[in-house]
Unconditional design. Structure first.
Length: 139
């Protein structure tokens, strides 16, 4: 065995130890749960459910989870635009639209514009919940 093999730990051991310390620090630090969780209710169409936008930020501010539930119409799309404005340029966004109900095609066009603006700001976007829209009839 050479001297370099016995005196210098491998990089994987160092990375494992560093990852363990990061986990311990994340558990012990007082700001552990300081990531914002906000909900905003914006009135939607009288017959439709209210829009609820849930925001959960990663404690290290590396990612934001945005959950959209309820009716999305031209009026309530403003709340979604405000939530998108708070996302930092070049950051990561997980957008869950599974429980969102879109009032018409104009709202989908507005959502597409908001998503294009995020793309222009180089936000890494992961969207879930739009697959069911493919089953809807096209006018």
């Amino acid at each position: 065995m050479s001297l370099s093999e016995t005196s210098a730990p491998s990089s994987s051991v160092v990375n494992t130890i560093a990852a363990g310390w990061r986990r311990v620090w994340a558990v012990l630090r007082p700001m552990r749960f300081e990531g914002r969780i906000t909900y905003s209710e914006v009135p939607s169409a009288p017959a439709g459910p209210a829009l609820v936008v849930g925001v959960i930020d990663d404690p290290e501010m590396a990612m934001r989870l945005l959950s959209v539930r309820g009716g999305v119409n031209p009026t309530s799309l403003e709340a979604l635009a405000n939530a998108f404005d708070e996302v930092g340029d070049g950051s990561r966004l997980h957008l869950d639209l599974t429980d969102a109900e879109f009032s018409d095609r104009s709202v989908l066009s507005g959502l597409a514009e908001l998503l294009d603006a995020l793309d222009d700001r180089r936000v890494h976007l992961r969207t879930v919940g739009l697959g069911r829209l493919a089953a809807l009839p096209v006018d």
